[in-house]
Design a protein around this ligand. Structure first.
Ligand code: 5CA
Length: 449
């Protein structure tokens, strides 16, 4: 992408309304624009990040055996009356009336709708286990939308729903999602710790929140320090196998959110030097709730003994639009965002230090062609602005590498590579630059771990 033809409305001023770093940088980097309280447009740079986050989530959901579909954002109130949640949900639910005076709502979550789909088509235990997911916008009329896309009113959610014949099967499905979540957050460049959690309006008795530690997090959390260093299950994990050993291993160390923490237990379970009490951002939340929806909504299957039973269900949420902000909270410096390669909107900024100079332009054009041919996602800063502004823009928007090309280096056949994260610079022969960047970028894409 040529920056001169791109739409990248970066801001010089720090917007007043932004209280936390990620919100500030998302506005300044031209990623998002607030349209009304808690409602955001995703501008091209932000949208690219969001799509990359979604793609990683999809790959890991698919790997675990979940199947993607798409349900509408608007739902019928009648469906929610069946589960009893229409009245219970309260003011967070945006209620709408259509022209026929039918009561509708903008979905805050999809347990009811997926249960309706399931009960329509699935009748036998032979079709289980089944896990269906979608990535769709949700609306919750939060009392205090704040921190940009971190707590918005309209936000993107990946929500998966598992169906099993009995509790034992449902717990296996829960473990599969647990492992898929560990892998997903790791690939997004995050350390997210699963913690015992409260179930809230979703209900149920087994639940974990996945928490990224950050000072600006909304909840207080308490956990064992070793959880921060634990190795992540690899891509060749067999999702048909019993994953309870991985689950037990992770959950044997103490970790709980403020709603669930038992201070006496925390202090007796965790040695003083291993205690981490910090603030955290909830990026994912998984629930097992048995027959809470299948029972009232009549989602039943025939068991092997010929008897009909309501299915055991779980639901599994991740917030891609919140994640864009959470990743920035976890990875930035005073100059801007520091994207992990796996979600960076571009992998390299090609910085032409003397746009307009025929020789320099030619060398940059050639490198830009080579970057594209090598499958490297490059932003070519071909503007005729000063070098300082180009460095500042690339730093602000968080591109992992800069390939810096100017007349002085070209005279001796050299270019420079700057690493966004460490600030390190290397001078390299122009012929070797693409291979070097490839070697730096490919392992960081994390698509094979
Ligand atoms: N039905 C269940 C799981 S599918 C559910 O709704 N879970 S949830 O309420 O915990 O939300 C799932 C995820 O959506 C959260 O972990 C969070 O990452 C994201 N999320 C929830 N509320 C918001 C919000 N107001 N703004 C941005 N993201 C949100």
């Amino acid at each position: 992408m040529r920056l001169s033809r791109y739409f990248l409305p970066v801001l010089k001023e720090t917007p007043k309304e932004a209280e936390i770093t990620s919100h500030r940088f998302m506005l300044r980097a031209g990623m998002i624009r607030q349209q009304a309280s808690g409602l955001y447009s995703w501008l091209p740079l932000g949208f690219k990040v969001l799509r990359k986050i979604e793609k990683i989530i999809e790959e890991e959901q698919n790997r675990s055996g979940a199947i993607q579909l798409l349900m509408p954002t608007i739902q019928s109130a009648d469906l929610w009356r069946e589960s009893g949640r229409y009245e219970a949900y309260g003011k967070e639910m945006l209620r709408i009336e259509d022209r026929h005076e039918r009561e509708m709502l903008y979905g805050p979550t999809n347990e009811e709708m997926i249960t309706d789909i399931f009960r329509t088509y699935v009748k036998s235990y032979k079709d289980l286990p089944l896990n269906l997911y979608h990535i769709q916008w949700k609306f919750r009329d939060e009392v205090r939308p704040r921190f940009g896309t971190m707590r918005a009113r309209e936000f993107l959610m990946k929500d998966a729903y598992s169906f099993d014949l009995d509790q034992e099967g449902a717990v296996r499905s829960y473990h599969r999602m647990f492992v898929a979540y560990l892998r997903t957050f790791h690939r997004l460049g995050l350390t997210a710790i699963p913690m015992r959690a409260d179930t809230g309006p979703i209900g149920g008795d087994l639940s974990h929140e996945f928490i990224v530690l950050a000072d600006t997090g909304e909840s207080e959390v308490f956990c064992h320090r070793d959880l921060l260093e634990k190795p992540i299950p690899s891509a060749d994990t067999d999702f048909n196998a019993d994953l309870s050993p991985i689950f037990e291993d992770w959950t044997s160390l103490y970790a709980a959110t403020e709603e669930m923490v038992d201070m006496a237990e925390y202090e007796s379970d965790v040695a003083e030097d291993k205690r981490v009490s910090a603030r955290g951002i909830e990026v994912g939340h998984i629930f097992y709730f048995g027959t809470k929806y299948s029972e009232p909504m009549g989602a039943k299957v025939m068991g092997p003994d010929g008897k009909e039973v309501p299915v055991h269900m779980g639901s599994y949420g991740i917030g891609p639009s919140r994640l864009a902000a959470a990743i920035i909270e976890a990875s930035h410096d005073e100059n801007g965002i520091v994207w992990p390669v796996s979600v960076a909107p571009f992998e390299v900024t090609l910085i032409n230090l003397k746009a307009g100079d025929a020789e320099c332009d030619a060398a940059n054009e050639k490198l830009y062609g080579q970057l594209n041919a090598a499958g490297i996602d490059a932003l070519y800063d071909d503007r005729t602005t000063g070098a300082g502004q180009k460095f500042a823009t690339s730093d602000l928007i968080g591109i992992p590498f800069q390939l810096i090309v100017g007349p002085r280096g070209l005279a001796s056949g050299e270019v420079e590579i700057k690493h966004r994260k460490s600030g390190e610079r290397e001078t390299i022969g122009i012929e070797d630059a693409i291979a070097r960047l490839k070697a730096l970028i490919e392992p960081e894409r994390r698509d094979t771990i």
